[in-house]
Ligand binder design. Structure first.
Ligand code: GDP
Ligand code: MN
Length: 382
């Protein structure tokens, strides 16, 4: 789950990481109050859960309170990449001498957290890594030992920090790592971390993503969710605990369990067919969840829907019941494969039923189901 910058700032403050002074506003009135308290020269930052705010005009510097009000009025009306702006972070404007990059993330290959630093800030780090890998520094962190001071020292050398800034940088990096680890983040990116002419070091930007799988035990973090920043599909998927990824292909791929869903997608790809979505129905899926999943699948406008279910904790006939309620409305061909618990009952339930595009195709193995779906894609293209 992505956090807003102002929410991440609040967390960083608790760990002693310096952030710019200021507060979040939901109206021009509040912007005026905060800007007045900060002395007039402020930065207004649209709070949207997407990148590219700056380029879209969502980050503006104001010289005085009146200008801040005028700019806020414009920003509140904006949509940035489809995301409405309902909150603006009002921060004191800083004088910047130098910007660097500091990020922490989970490295899936190392299966460890890794700290990444670069000598320039306000950059797209993946691009810098690609173009000039020698300018990006990586430090893997042992999660049991935590970040050690000597590791941070390596970074200070790498990014060429002045000797006078080493201690401050160590304190900031250690605080950031604690904020990252203790809040079960998968990403905490400060882009840029700035150094002011008076030597002050401030986390100017803060992008934080916390692990969805940790939210059940972290109510405090779960409450930070901003539903206005979610698409209807994302909300629907979350409400029904469906893992859904919209892709750009021809066959909607629904399975129970991420492993089976991925195998099914691989089998499709091996035949040159692209999935239009990945849907993991999860264990013990009920009829309503199946209906929600089909609604999601249809949103990607597939040519064929392929449902591949292995009944372990999931009863195949329960999935079939969910299908029965909506299959008549689906205007694409359906291919089903059931195996395991009550598979035969599921086939029996659906026997004689149709989608709006004709008979429901059944198969008795993943291979067969995928082959059927691939053939149907070719037919619908003719
Ligand atoms: P992003 O575009 O969403 O990454 O927003 P950032 O908060 O990272 O700001 C982008 C850039 O705007 C920074 O790298 C700075 O160059 C500039 N900027 C942001 N805040 C200030 C500020 O207080 N003072 C000055 N001089 N520049 C700022
Ligand atoms: Mn930034």
């Amino acid at each position: 789950m992505k956090l807003h910058e102002y929410q991440a700032q609040n967390i960083l403050r608790q760990y002693g990481v310096p952030v710019p002074g200021g507060d979040v506003a939901t109206s021009v009135d509040e912007v005026r109050h905060i800007a007045t308290a900060l002395g007039g020269r402020v930065v207004l930052k649209a709070q949207v859960l997407t990148g590219g705010r700056g380029r879209a005009g969502g980050i503006r510097l104001a010289d005085d309170v009146a200008q801040a009000e005028r700019l806020a009025d414009v920003i509140f009306g904006m949509r940035i990449q489809g995301y409405p702006v309902s909150k603006i972070l009002v921060n004191e404007a800083l004088e910047i001498e130098r910007e660097v990059y500091l990020g922490m993330m989970l490295d899936r290959q190392l299966a460890q957290p890794v700290i990444v630093a670069a000598a320039e800030g306000n950059v797209e780090i993946s691009r810098v890594e690609h173009e000039t890998p020698e300018r990006v520094w990586h430090i893997p962190v042992d999660p049991l030992l935590g970040l050690r001071v000597y590791q941070v020292r390596d970074l200070t050398n790498g990014i060429g920090l002045d000797r006078t800034q080493w201690d401050t940088f160590v304190r900031v990096a250690m605080g950031l790592y604690r904020a990252f680890a203790e809040n079960e983040a998968v990403l905490l990116e400060v882009n840029p971390l700035v150094i002011c002419p008076n030597g002050r070091m401030v986390s100017l930007d803060a992008r934080m993503i916390v692990d969805d799988n940790a939210l059940f035990r972290r109510r405090d973090l779960a409450e930070l969710r901003d539903e206005t920043q979610e698409t209807e599909r994302e909300q629907l998927a979350r409400r029904y605990s469906i893992h859904y990824v919209s892709l750009n292909g021809e066959v909607a791929c629904l399975a129970n369990g991420a492993g089976l869903a991925m195998v099914t997608m691989d089998l499709l790809r091996a035949r040159g067919i692209r999935p239009s979505c990945f849907i993991d129905l999860g264990g013990g899926a009920r009829a309503e969840r199946v209906q929600a999943a089909l609604q999601l699948a249809m949103a990607d406008q597939p040519r064929v829907i392929l449902i591949n279910v292995f009944g372990g904790v999931t009863r195949c006939d329960v999935i079939a019941e969910g299908l029965l309620a909506v299959c008549g409305e689906l205007d694409v061909p359906l291919v089903l494969r059931f195996d395991g618990w009550n598979a035969q009952q599921a086939y029996d339930l659906l026997a004689g039923h149709c989608s709006a595009k004709g008979a429901i195709h059944t198969a008795h193995s993943s291979e067969e189901a995928v082959g059927r779906a691939a053939a149907l894609v070719k037919e619908t293209k003719q």
